[in-house]
Write a protein that binds this ligand. Sequence first.
Ligand SMILES: [Zn+2]
Length: 279
Amino acid sequence: MTLTAPPRLLLVHAHPDDESLWTGGTIARYAASGVHVTVVTCTLGEEGEIIPPALQQLAADAADQLGGYRVAELRAACTALGVTDHRFLGGIGRWRDSGMAGVAANDHPRAFANGSFDEQVAQLSEIIAAVKPQVVVTYDDFGGYGHPDHIQAHRITTAAAADVDRVFHAVTSRAATEAGVAALAEMADLPWRLPAEGELPVTDDAAITTTIDISDHLVAKLRALRAHSTQVSVWQDGTGGASYALSNGIAQPVVQAEYYVLAKGPAEGAETDLFGGLD
Ligand SMILES: [Zn+2]
């Protein structure tokens, strides 16, 4: 990094767990190097499917306490990643998890994906004006995998980050994912099924502009994923093999890098460092 001002990284995520799943290694790496890292979460993840049987009654159609429970999971994940500046868009509880496209939760009056675009942009703009990040990270225009809240996070971030030096979209690499799945196929005791061809969302490597090596921060990323135990199960075999699964029980690889597509700002210097070449 060649920045003269203190480097500041701001990431906009839809639900608790996305910061760890999509960008956990990147957050840990930059936080460890002294970068001021701000994580903005847009909802409490109230509509998530719950993995542990003992916690099923937290669900939206039962006690409807999952959102509050996930706040604690998120706090633990932020601690694992070294994040000291976490914020909820519009304040805690303003926007609700909209659920996947087509479910009843889409119509909730606080559903994030159908909320006031102008209000949400104003809320994020206020945070960006206060933090003054040089680099902002969110999802691509498909929200990474099509979730309405992820798409909305992309839309409001694109509008609110107009004056930021660089905006990146977090993606997953086709080549790294395929290599990771091939490695999982060799692991004897993997507790989940392998993904079918095309089942995991990936981006062609030719479109990826930026690769962040997180190999020194995998322990932090895995610890953060474990903190989200209502949503994520983590498996480690004791010899370095690791995988995680969401409630669908599909094994996903833990790869050595996180991948980004530069959406705004200068490309020069951005190949392996979100701040590279900025001054
Ligand atoms: Zn999400």
